[in-house]
Design a binder for this molecule. Structure first.
Ligand SMILES: CC(C)(COP(=O)(O)OP(=O)(O)OC[C@H]1O[C@@H](n2cnc3c(N)ncnc32)[C@H](O)[C@@H]1OP(=O)(O)O)[C@@H](O)C(=O)NCCC(=O)NCCSC(=O)CCO
Length: 257
């Protein structure tokens, strides 16, 4: 693959956006290769958590603007659709994902980070959806995901102004989960991933499904899904192990069964 690098550090799967001279701008090829990289991690049962990050001085500065001049109405629609479908796919996979954000997370770069379950950013990071300054608007799911993450008022402010905000401000409004010094970014993200890797995978998959699908359902439908899901978790070996470990005062060892 030319635009990303994948590295397995069991139980963590690392995916590096790898166009550093273009600040990891997302082109059609990267969209295709990201899907392949995600699938490689998804179908490897030894990989429990996926971390997406950027090589060089940015997570990603967004969609590749140099391709925009070639787009017409139809191909622009197709490009946005393929980027947005990638983000939907990442959001809904049944393994946890972490965006490890360094430098810039702008436009499609922030939309990719928002499709991940957890965002950990270095202090120097700047985040934003500056598409409006190009005479367009966020097209990889940003208009929908940002509202759901931080609420309508602040989401509109960020999208209408196109302003960049600091990592600290992003943490304050709930856009990132954690801000750390750049020198600690990799280790803190790894530690977070290892913590998630110890949790029962079936519970993780169900929590993701309930949250991601439930948010768009009438609350009673979501609550019913939650109750029904107990029928699934209570039929797993991990539930037996978790409850036994508590009663026997030992640490549970989950197997994803
Ligand atoms: C991120 C910025 C603020 C960084 O500025 P700076 O440090 O000065 O670095 P640059 O010289 O601008 O960038 C280095 C190099 O990368 C190219 N580049 C940066 N971003 C992109 C991009 N999105 N697409 C294509 N290429 C990009 C830049 O042209 C430079 O190339 P050279 O050949 O060396 O000149 C600044 O780069 C910036 O503001 N970038 C654009 C951010 C943006 O508008 N993102 C939204 C894109 S639209 C989108 O994402 C749609 C999906 O919703």
């Amino acid at each position: 693959m030319e635009t990303i690098v994948v590295k397995k550090e069991t139980p963590i799967g690392w995916i590096y956006l790898n166009r550093p001279d273009r600040l990891n701008a997302i082109n059609q090829q990267m969209i295709k290769e990201l899907r392949q990289g995600i699938d490689e991690m998804l179908y490897d049962s030894d990989i429990k958590v996926i971390i997406i990050t950027g090589n060089g001085k940015a997570f990603s500065a967004g969609a590749d603007i140099s391709q925009f001049k070639e787009l017409n109405g139809y191909t622009a629609w197709q490009f946005a659709k393929s980027g947005r479908e990638l983000m939907d796919y990442i959001e809904n996979i049944n393994k946890p994902t972490i965006a490890m954000i360094n430098g810039y997370a702008l436009g499609g770069g922030l939309e990719l980070a928002m499709a991940c379950d957890i965002r950990i950013a270095a202090e120097e990071t700047q985040l934003g959806l500056p598409e409006i300054n190009l005479g367009i608007y966020p097209g990889f799911g940003g208009t929908q995901r940002l509202v759901r993450l931080i609420g309508k008022g602040k989401a509109l402010e960020l999208m209408l102004t196109g302003d960049r905000i600091s990592a600290k401000e992003a943490e304050k409004i709930g856009l990132v989960n954690k801000v750390v010094p750049l020198s600690n970014l990799e280790q803190e993200t790894r530690n977070f991933a290892l913590k998630l890797a110890e949790k029962p995978p079936i519970s993780i998959a169900l929590i993701k499904l309930l949250v991601n699908q439930g948010i768009d359902l009438p609350i009673l439908a979501g609550l019913n899904m939650e109750s029904l899901g107990w029928g699934v978790v209570f039929s797993t070996e991990d539930e037996k192990e978790g409850v036994s470990a508590f009663l026997e005062k030992r640490k549970a060892q989950f197997k994803g069964k």
